[in-house]
Design a protein. Structure first.
Length: 308
C-alpha cells in the first residue's frame, strides 16, 4: 500500500512515536472511502454504557447486536470503529482485519449522578486491545470535573503502555463539571480541553463542536482583546485545530445529540472548512434505519471529499 505525501506529512508531526504506532495511525488514515485524504469518519458505539440499552437502541432494535455496528462501519467504508470491550469481543473474529478498531478504555453510566464529580471507570486494558487486534485505544477525560486530575493520571499510564506496544491513542475530551451547561460547549472550554488532550500525548483528539459562548471571564478578555474570530462554526473549528499544536494533532468532532440530516451535513461542511480532520458519529447513525445511515455516511464522505 502506497502512503500518499499528505498522510506522510501528518505522521511526521508525531516525532516521538515508534514505527508501530505510526503504522496503526496510517491504517486508520488509509482505511475506507476517505483513505489517504487526511479526513476520517469513525463510528463510536459506547452509548450502551453511557445511556443504557433502551435509550440507545430501542428505536432500532437491530442495534442491540454488536455485529450490526461492525457491519455498518464496514459497509459505509468508514475509517474505524470504536466500542467498549464486550462489543468488540462479540464480533472480533468475524470482522478480524475488516476495519481498524479502537478499544474504548473507560466509561460512565447514567445510573450514577455526574455533575461536578463526573468520572469514568477503566473498563479495558492495553492487553485487551492487542488481543483484539486494535489499532488504538480510546479514553475519555472530563476537564473541569473534580475527577479531572485522577483521569489525567489514568490516561498518562494507559497512553504510555499503549505507545510502548505500538498502539495509537484517541482522547475524548469533554468539558464537564464546575461550569455552566453552556460552558460545556463554550469555545474557550472546548479548545482548552482539546489542548489538554494534546498535552497528554493524544494522537487523535475528539471534542464537541463549540458554540460562540465564552465561559471563563479571563479567557473572554483575551479572546476579545486579540480579536479571535468566533463568529462562524468554521472559524471556531479552526480555533480548536489551532489549539491542538497549530494543527499538528488530528482533531475530529462528535455528532452530538440526534439531529436532522441537514444539521449533520452543515456541521460536516463547517468542520471541513475549518480544517478539522473529520467526524465521529454514533447516535446520529445507529438510531436511524440502516439504509438511511448508509446514505448519510455516503453524503458525509462526499462532503469531506469536497464534492458536496
Amino acid at each position: 500500500m502506497k502512503i500518499p505525501q499528505k498522510i506522510k506529512k501528518i505522521l511526521s508531526s508525531y516525532e516521538s512515536d515508534c514505527p508501530g504506532t505510526k503504522a496503526n495511525l496510517a491504517r486508520i488514515l488509509m482505511h475506507g472511502r476517505l483513505g489517504g485524504t487526511g479526513k476520517m469518519i469513525i463510528l463510536p458505539v459506547d452509548q450502551g454504557f453511557e445511556h443504557g440499552p433502551g435509550r440507545s437502541f430501542a428505536i432500532n432494535p437491530s442495534a442491540y447486536d454488536p455485529l450490526y455496528h461492525y457491519q455498518l462501519a464496514v459497509d459505509a467504508g468508514l475509517s474505524a470503529y470504536a466500542a467498549p470491550l464486550g462489543f468488540l469481543e462479540a464480533g472480533a473474529s468475524t470482522f478480524a482485519g475488516a476495519i481498524p478498531l479502537i478499544l474504548k478504555m473507560n466509561s460512565s453510566i447514567s445510573l450514577l449522578p455526574g455533575g461536578d464529580d463526573a468520572d469514568q471507570a477503566v473498563t479495558g486494558s492495553v492487553a485487551d486491545a492487542l488481543r483484539l487486534g486494535c489499532s488504538a485505544i480510546g479514553f475519555t477525560i472530563y476537564p473541569g470535573s473534580n475527577a479531572t486530575l485522577k483521569m489525567l493520571e489514568e490516561l498518562r499510564e494507559l497512553a504510555e503502555k499503549a505507545k510502548s506496544v505500538g498502539l495509537a491513542v484517541v482522547v475524548w475530551s469533554y468539558a464537564r463539571g464546575n461550569m455552566s451547561k453552556e460552558g460545556e460547549t463554550a469555545l474557550d472550554t472546548i479548545s482548552y480541553g482539546a489542548h489538554i488532550a494534546a498535552l497528554m500525548g493524544a494522537h487523535i483528539i475528539k471534542v464537541k463542536l463549540p458554540t460562540d459562548y465564552l465561559e471563563s471571564p479571563p479567557a473572554k478578555k483575551e479572546y476579545l482583546a486579540h480579536s479571535v474570530d468566533i463568529k462562524t462554526l468554521a472559524a471556531r473549528v479552526r480555533h480548536v485545530v489551532e489549539a491542538c499544536f497549530q494543527g499538528r494533532r488530528l482533531v475530529i468532532f462528535s455528532g452530538g445529540e440526534a439531529k436532522d440530516l441537514a444539521g449533520v451535513y452543515e456541521d460536516a461542511r463547517a468542520i471541513r472548512e475549518g480544517g478539522g480532520n473529520g467526524s465521529i458519529i454514533g447516535r446520529n447513525a445507529f438510531r436511524r434505519p440502516r439504509s438511511e445511515a448508509l446514505q448519510m455516511f455516503e453524503t458525509l464522505v462526499k462532503i469531506y471529499q469536497g464534492k458536496q
